[in-house]
Design a protein around this ligand. Sequence first.
Ligand SMILES: Cc1cc2nc3c(=O)[nH]c(=O)nc-3n(C[C@H](O)[C@H](O)[C@H](O)COP(=O)(O)OP(=O)(O)OC[C@H]3O[C@@H](n4cnc5c(N)ncnc54)[C@H](O)[C@@H]3O)c2cc1C
Length: 369
Amino acid sequence: MDHFDVVIVGGGTAGILLARELGKQKRTVLLLDRKKDLVNFTFNTLGSFMNLDDFGLTANVVAQNIDTISFHSKNVQRKLKSNLYILDKKKVHEEIIAKIDTNYVTIKTGVAISSINKGQDGQFISVSDKNKNDYFGKIFIDASGTNGILSKKVQLQSDKTALATGVEYNVKYLGNSSEMHLLIGKIYQGGYGWIFPLKNKRAIIGFGSFDDKATKELKIRLNKILEFPKIKKLVLKDNEKVEGGSIPITPVLEKFVLNNLICVGDSVSQVNPIVGEGYKFIFEAALIASKAIDKALEKDNISYLAEYESDWKARFLLNYQRSKRAQNKFFKYSQNDFLMDFIFSISKFFSTERAIKSLSGEYGLEKKH
Ligand SMILES: Cc1cc2nc3c(=O)[nH]c(=O)nc-3n(C[C@H](O)[C@H](O)[C@H](O)COP(=O)(O)OP(=O)(O)OC[C@H]3O[C@@H](n4cnc5c(N)ncnc54)[C@H](O)[C@@H]3O)c2cc1C
């Protein structure tokens, strides 16, 4: 019977970064994912303010460099100068997986975990898959994304996670290749739209909402946005392939650790509320988690896992609470085109630096490296 230092459930964003870091620390790791292929996704493009170096990534993962963000309400367009990336999700994952040390990390795909089991001392001893195979370890990680298979079982995350859902098309792009667009207001179907330029005059156009009515008709609404004259000048739909998925928008959580189980990523809603950027924040959470895990294994004492929770709170909690309030206001205002036009008209008087910091989810965050 194999017994690992760490068993990670989920080989997405959080799981692979943790596996890479724990492998570097020479910890034995079993990474399990229900998918057969870890680099096959329901959507393929990411907008991100992350610093690639911070997470050991190279420029090879960049699909496009952006220097301008254009906000569109019904009648107003406001441009902000800011550097960020459109990333190729497949390349990001491939680069991380290529650096996982397979001397220490075993990856098993096609394994869908369904439960977590306790020993007599109350600590978790194994996770089980649907075929009743058990996987044993000292520390368990839920990195299963919005599925939250373990975080929900042990009630760190509510069973009824609130989700926002988005759909995207890959389209022809007629605009400036270093300018991305954000579409906000009732005219854009009351949700939140985005255009991410790619190379070769292509772009991703997407639309997302957490309104129940809108999520049932996302594709219809995205098609209507594509008919809007301003958008027709920017993109041209030439295929019917829809991509997309869901992100959690639950209230900000503060508890990610229970005994020897810790949860990272969407399994405990670690997407930053302000723009729904998951990668940068989840990578950072995974790095914080890997340090606490290393210490707990080194000292043979799981109480050190709590340092992940306290360090995460010190870095992110106030910012996430503030971003959540901003998100609520944003969704309310976006139902009113007159108000959005007014906000964008007067926004030229606001500090650009502050706007960019808010947008990148960094406002009020002091990096401790
Ligand atoms: C449409 C859309 C657009 C987005 N755009 C951006 C963006 O532009 N920028 C950005 O930074 N973020 C974006 N995000 C958010 C970002 O993708 C997520 O926050 C991030 O991927 C979450 O990472 P994770 O590791 O927690 O979960 P995931 O990456 O979802 O990984 C979870 C993994 O767990 C596996 N799994 C699930 N259940 C089980 C089980 N029972 N047993 C075994 N394995 C299991 C899954 O197969 C999956 O591989 C977007 C999300 C969506 C849906």
